[in-house]
Write a protein that binds this ligand. Structure first.
Ligand code: DAH
Length: 357
């Protein structure tokens, strides 16, 4: 077979490649020519029987033929693929008038929801939001709040101790009260803040988790007194729980950073094993509060003879559990989607206390 024969074959095969009307037909041609038993492959095999000189020349010609055929197939393939896509696009169409399929919607976590409700109410009373770090110095978390190093009040707030930083002992903060100090160090009175945030303690049972959220309140001014504290918390709790005549009681207690200190109790009923908030004669504790201790003011360079104020702290999940009837604190942090679907809130469907009459 001469080179002329090869060029004859090439134009014959080129015509059939050009004539292939579908990708499948083209593939058949490719196999028939370049496949294991294809025509070009057979020609290549015949090289083995030739004398070296002739084989060299023939081999080169066959390689050119093979590459040429492969290139033609590739070009045709690209052309047919575009055609196939266009045909598919022409056949398939999107009906934009179809109504949307119901989507599974995300939920707002009860902690976030409750926090937003709390902030909304306090914002309406003129409070602003302050924040502080989760990893806190022992000084801000305890010492500046009038907990001396070996004070037994620290026992109640056992926490996670971190490696010291710049020689200062560090803890995962046990209370958002730490931000009282940070705020009073950097702001001059009048101060009116609430501090939402994560807090940590070595606890784990139905009503305790190693991490939970608290919010702190702090008001400092020249004429602030206990009556303001009581009125502020009474208004807040009635508004938050949506119970107009919710009784609120202040029971004497002890916190190192307040004097006098009180536990905040709300009226409730426990009849039949179910807890119900309202004017029913029984009491349930919801947080702590008091008048800021003069030592705390002094630690922040605020003159206790000129300024005074009150502080309070509550657990955000505890508020959520009471308001929305969630029985176990641990479930808040298990990331169980079924739980979230049940207790979570739809973004456009949240009870907004600011809109309440
Ligand atoms: N920090 C206290 C705790 O976690 C709660 C608390 C009590 C905060 C009294 C206050 C307060 O601001 O005045 O147990």
């Amino acid at each position: 077979m001469t080179s002329d024969d090869l060029s004859g074959l090439k134009s014959e095969w080129a015509a059939s490649i050009e004539g292939a009307s579908s990708l499948a037909a083209l593939e058949d041609i490719r196999v028939a020519l370049l496949g294991k038993k294809g025509r070009v492959t057979e020609l290549m095999k015949s090289l083995g029987t030739m004398l070296p000189e002739a084989r060299k020349e023939r081999g080169a010609a066959l390689n050119i033929l093979k590459d040429g055929i492969a290139a033609l197939i590739e070009t045709r393939q690209a052309h047919l693929a575009v055609g196939a896509l266009q045909e598919k696009l022409a056949q398939e169409s999107v009906d934009v008038t179809l109504s949307a399929r119901p989507q599974s919607e995300g939920r707002i976590h009860p902690t976030t929801q409750t926090l937003e409700e709390i902030i909304t109410i306090f914002a309406s009373m003129g409070f602003s939001v302050a924040k502080g770090p989760d990893i806190e110095t022992d000084y801000y978390c305890f010492e500046a709040l009038n907990f001396p190093p070996d004070h037994p009040a620290r026992q109640m707030q056992d926490t996670f101790f971190m490696p010291p930083k710049d020689g200062k002992p560090m803890v995962l903060r046990t209370q958002t009260s730490a931000v009282q100090i940070r705020t009073m160090e950097t702001q001059k009175p009048p101060i009116r803040i609430i501090v939402p945030g994560r807090t940590y303690r070595c606890d784990y049972d139905q009503t305790h988790t190693p991490m939970f959220h608290q919010f702190e309140g702090l008001v400092i001014d020249e004429t602030t007194h206990m009556g303001h504290l009581k009125g502020c918390l009474l208004d807040f709790l009635r508004s938050f729980f949506g119970i107009e005549d919710l009784p609120v009681r202040f029971r004497p207690s002890f916190f190192p950073f307040t004097e006098p200190s009180a536990e905040i109790d709300m009226g409730c009923s426990r009849k039949g094993g179910t807890l119900k908030l309202g004017n029913y004669g029984d009491w349930l504790e919801i947080g702590g509060c008091g008048m800021v201790h003069p030592n705390v003011l002094r630690n922040c360079n605020i003159d206790p003879d000129k300024y005074q104020g009150f502080a309070f702290g509550m657990g955000i999940e505890r508020m959520a559990m009471l308001k929305y009837g969630i029985p176990d604190l641990r479930t808040f942090f298990e990331s169980d989607m079924r739980w979230l679907k049940h207790y979570g809130f739809l973004p456009m469907d949240t009870p907004n206390p600011a809109l309440r009459a």
